[in-house]
Every structure is written in C-alpha cells, then in structure tokens.
Design a protein around this ligand. Structure first.
Ligand SMILES: Cc1ncc(COP(=O)(O)O)c(C=O)c1O
Length: 428
C-alpha cells in the first residue's frame, strides 16, 4: 500500500464533518433582535446608552456570573479587548510589556497601540505558555505588564507568574482567547490576571462571528475598559472621570445581534468542551503508540479545553523531517466541511515566533523611522530558542478534535499517522 503522497490510495476520501455550533436558538435570538429594529444600542457620549443595549448588558451579566468575575465588558473582538486592556492598565509610551512569541499576533502587538514595546520571553518546553523564568530574566525598570496566553486552551503558570508580577509591581493581562472554560486549581482561566480576555471569533470554541469579552474584578479597570471601548475622550467630562491617561477612545462595541448569539453560545460551552476533551483523550491514547509522536503532559491542577491538540514530533525516531512527515499525513486525509479552503487541519509549527515577522525584524511600527521600538530592544534569531525549536522542528497542531467528529473520523486520523510511520522508507 503506497503512501498517498506518492500516488497511493488515501486513508480517507470524504471531507471531515464541519464544526458548526449555530442552531435554531441562535436564529431565534437574532430574529428577535432584528424584530426590534435596533441592531446596536450604543451612544458615544455619557448617558444610559453609553453602556449599550439589552443584549450586550445581558451578555455581560451572564459572562461575569459564569466565569466568576465582577465585571465583563463585551467588545467587537479579543484584539480590541487586548488593546483596551493595555490602555486601561495605564501603559505609557516607551514602557515595556513582556509577551509570548508563540501566540496569535494580537496578544503581542496590543502594547504597540499605546507606543509601548513588546519584549518577548520564551515559552515552556512542556506546556508552551510563557516561561516564568524567562519572564523574570526579561524584566527591566521599564517593564510595566505581562501578557500571558493560555495557549491551545491550557492555563499558564498562574501562581508563579502572579508572584513575579506582584514582586515587581506588574499588571497581568491574561489572553484567554483559546481557553474559555479551562480551569487552574478550580478557578476559571480568564480571571487569573488583572484583566482577562476572551474571543468569540468564528474559529473559537463558541462564537458570534466576531466578538470578544474582557473580564476584571477591579471597578476602576472596568470603568477604563468601558471608556476606551466607546469614545472615552467625548465621555470623561460629563461622566466626571478625571484620570486622562490613555483616554483616547475607539469604537470597539459589540452589536446586539452578536451579543444575542453569544448568549446562546455560552449555554452550549460546557457540553462542547466535554466532547473536545473526550476526542483528544481518545486520540492521545492511540497516537502515543506511534514512536515518533509524543503527547505533551498537562500542567498539574488544570483543566485543558483544547482549542487545538498539540503533538510533539521526534525526528530522531524517523530520520524524516517533521514537515515532510506531516505533509504525507495530510495527503492521506481530507479538509473539513465549511473550511475546505484551509486544507487538512493538521499543521506544522503553529505560528512563526512573532518577533520574526517583518514588523519586528525591521522595527517598522508607526511611520518609517522605527517608532515606537526602542534601541535597547532587539529581536535576533535565537531570542527564544524553545519557541524557535517548536516552530522549526517539533510542534504539530491538530484542529480535528471538535464536537461532531465520530470515532471513525478520529480513527482515520490515527490511521493516517500510523500508515506514514509504517512507510517511512518511502519518504527518505
Ligand atoms: C491567543 C489569541 N489571542 C487573541 C486572538 C484574537 O482574537 P479575535 O479574532 O477575537 O480578535 C486570537 C484569535 O485567534 C487568539 O487565538
């Protein structure tokens, strides 16, 4: 039986089922908003409508109560919520913010909006979140905050990072875009820092098209998030808010339709996570039998909610480069419904270490003269060796773990890995 990459028959010839969590209840919720004729109910000035309409306010109440936060502030994306969080923290031009290189770009670039400088610390070899030791090594007198990321749905090393932050007086922003429902020692991810951020974009566990939510327990921070979300500069005077630092506002408002959908989606979250965990556990057990694959450990005391399944590849066990091996696995499989354009949802490396993208390499932010990057901060090759090794050699991410996949679908994935492993000589 030849490998599909060499012209043999594929393990699977049908598309994988799509991940579609939108049903009759979401449709009804949107219809009820459409019936009112009010698709968004904000005014960018001080008054009752400064806080948005009934759907947005209800979503915020329900979100705060679900995750155990005092305040939830709905936004039009997690990117907006991250930017808002940096502003609310009072970060100033030239301040440094420690960020992860192994995340979606917005978690690291948010500080640049306030002319602050992202400083990249390395990630943990085992869990791929920011490494507390590397954070500590990158703290300078200019460091003001840390943006931690619960990458792939697993909480960061919250206790150790909180301790470091407290010792140095740093603000912690927790990017929980990939981890809604994850827990750390019994507490929900998202409420482990000073502000937590969730994403409701189309690819997340639950979604409303585009959307985000910031949570915090601090009333002052909550007020600042609300102001930055909605034209702060035009509101502060009438509201009687006097701290003008970073009170340039934006329009980061969520519509009533998105909020209505997000409310229904939140009620589905628990069940959707359970199915994801069941699928990953099934795959983990079978993939662990293939000698070149290693299933990463989970951090003690956490519930991982698997936005993606990370798998480690060991070239030493095959003599074949990871990219070539995964190319052969993907050739055995098929894309997923609704996401055909993206090809097979098994990928090498996750993202390129963020400091290697042109903006950081060339230090071109605002204008052409290097602003706001400082001369003291550099982004050389080898800056974060663990992250670079994951990107170049070891990490494989699998998106084919979502609710709606059958055991047969999961078996096809395992069979594809197994077939390629059994025919390594065809790849050499
Ligand atoms: C870790 C992380 N942070 C932030 C974002 C940005 O989310 P949004 O698309 O809602 O702006 C994403 C989205 O993929 C993400 O995965």
């Amino acid at each position: 039986m030849k490998l599909a990459i060499n012209g043999g028959e594929k393990v699977r010839t049908e598309l994988f089922p799509s991940y579609n969590t939108i049903g009759a209840e979401e449709k009804k919720a949107v219809d009820s908003v459409l019936d009112t004729g009010i698709l968004s109910n904000y005014i960018g000035g001080w008054g009752e409508a400064f806080y948005g309409g009934i759907q947005v306010k209800s979503l915020e109440e329900e979100w705060a109560s679900y995750f155990g936060a005092k305040y939830a502030i709905a936004m039009n994306s997690a990117t907006s919520a991250l930017m808002c969080a940096v502003g609310a923290a009072g970060i100033e031009p030239g301040d440094e913010v420690i960020v992860s290189p192994y995340t979606m770009c917005a978690s690291a670039t948010a500080p640049l909006i306030y002319n602050a400088v992202p400083v990249f610390a390395d990630i943990e070899e085992e869990y791929f979140c920011l490494d507390p030791e590397s954070i500590e090594a990158h703290i300078t007198p200019r460091t003001k905050a840390i943006i931690v990321v619960n990458i792939f749905g697993q909480p960061h090393a919250a206790d150790r990072i909180r301790e470091i932050a407290d010792r140095h007086g740093l603000f912690v922003i927790e990017d929980n875009a990939q981890g809604p429902g994850a827990t750390y020692n019994g507490r929900y991810a998202g409420i482990l820092g000073d502000v937590g951020v969730f994403s409701l974009n189309y690819h997340k566990h639950i979604h409303c098209g585009e959307g985000g939510v910031a949570v915090t327990n601090d009333p002052e921070v909550a007020e600042r998030l609300q102001l930055i979300r909605n034209h702060a500069e035009a509101v502060v005077e009438a509201k009687g808010y006097t701290n003008l630092i970073n009170m340039i506002g934006f329009n980061m408002r969520m519509t009533e339709m998105e909020a209505a959908v997000a409310r229904v989606q939140l009620t589905r979250l628990r069940g959707l996570i359970d199915e994801r965990i069941e699928n990953v556990e099934y795959l983990n057990e079978k993939l662990a039998d293939i000698p070149c694959l290693k299933i990463p450990q989970k951090r003690d005391g956490v519930k991982h909610v698997y936005y993606m399944q990370p798998i480690l590849y060991d070239r030493g066990a095959t003599g074949v480069d990871r990219n070539r091996f995964i190319e052969a696995v993907c050739a055995e499989l098929m894309p997923s419904g609704l996401r055909e354009r993206e090809g097979v949802l098994i990928r090498c490396g996750y993202v390129k270490p963020l400091y290697q993208i042109p903006m950081y390499q060339n230090k071109i932010g605002y204008g052409s003269a290097g602003y706001p990057f400082s001369e003291d901060v550099d982004y050389p090759q080898g800056l974060c060796p663990v992250c670079e090794d994951m990107y170049v050699n070891r990490m494989v991410t699998n998106d084919l773990i979502h609710p709606g996949l059958s055991k047969q679908d999961l078996d096809d994935i395992v069979d594809a890995f197994r077939k390629v492993y059994d025919h390594l000589d065809e790849l050499k």
